[in-house]
Write a protein that binds this ligand. Sequence first.
Ligand SMILES: CC(=O)N[C@@H]([C@@H](O)[C@H](O)[C@H](O)CO)[C@@H](O)CC(=O)C(=O)O
Length: 291
Amino acid sequence: MAPRKKLKGLVAATITPMTPDGKINLPVIRQYVDYLVNEQNVKNVFVNGTTGEGLSLSIQERKQLAEEWMCQGKDKLDHVIIHVGALNLPECQELARHAAAMGVDGIAVIAPFFFKPTNKDELVAFLQKVASEAPEVPFYYYHIPPLTGVKIRVEELLDGIKAQIPTFQGVKFSDTDLLDLAQCIHKNETGEFEFLYGVDEQLLGALALGASGAVGSTYNYLGRQTNLMLQAFAKPDFALAQQYQFLTGEFLNFVIKLGFGVAQTKALMTSVSGIPMGPPRLPLVDASRQK
Ligand SMILES: CC(=O)N[C@@H]([C@@H](O)[C@H](O)[C@H](O)CO)[C@@H](O)CC(=O)C(=O)O
């Protein structure tokens, strides 16, 4: 595998723009890229994940989105990571091959969550079959137990992972179990793996433990502010970093009480950025129509 550029800064978990009648709205992605780069100072994206409703899209739609992000992000974005996870292996493999052919900067895979892996070996076997379809592409395991119900500890998964998945690059860690995260980072003495944290309201805690970066939905519209938190943390000015984390926390605490998810993220991003993100796809319902 060729030496790769280092992933620096925040990664926005992209929203999938849709038209009012539920089709993918590809033409707005150009404007979306410019908004992230120029208004939020965010130059990395994670496409077709949770926020992007990846598991609610057809394979064809996922490919089109990946292609559009690669095309519009050329010379503007630093890293385009494509989530290629699905409930069945052939679709994951097809998406992995497609992403590899486009020269993406990374692929990520969620644990399958209908028939679930029950232990580390089953999970690694599944991930390995996907990763091997893209042998030149850095591979991330996307750990999000609140949604998948797959609670296999990442710390366990890391043991011997490189031997089975030579492209293994790290983990997108979307869980509040900071003990597991800490154990992973502690094991990663040589720093060969990246741990990208995915619970935005707790990012500062993860940074203190040594997380290498962050992927999240709020960086679409709070990227500039969160970048200030990263700068304060790096300085180090912890008191200032805390103030930024408290601000994000106050906002999320308020909206979580009202019911916060992908539908609300779409509505929020539309009003903050002016880019029409449209409604979510069923079973999610438009935030403005919720009773
Ligand atoms: C469950 C969920 O959607 N988590 C978000 C967070 O960014 C989340 O929206 C944020 O922390 C607010 O709770 C991300 O981890 C998801 C994500 O990165 C993705 O869209 O793939």
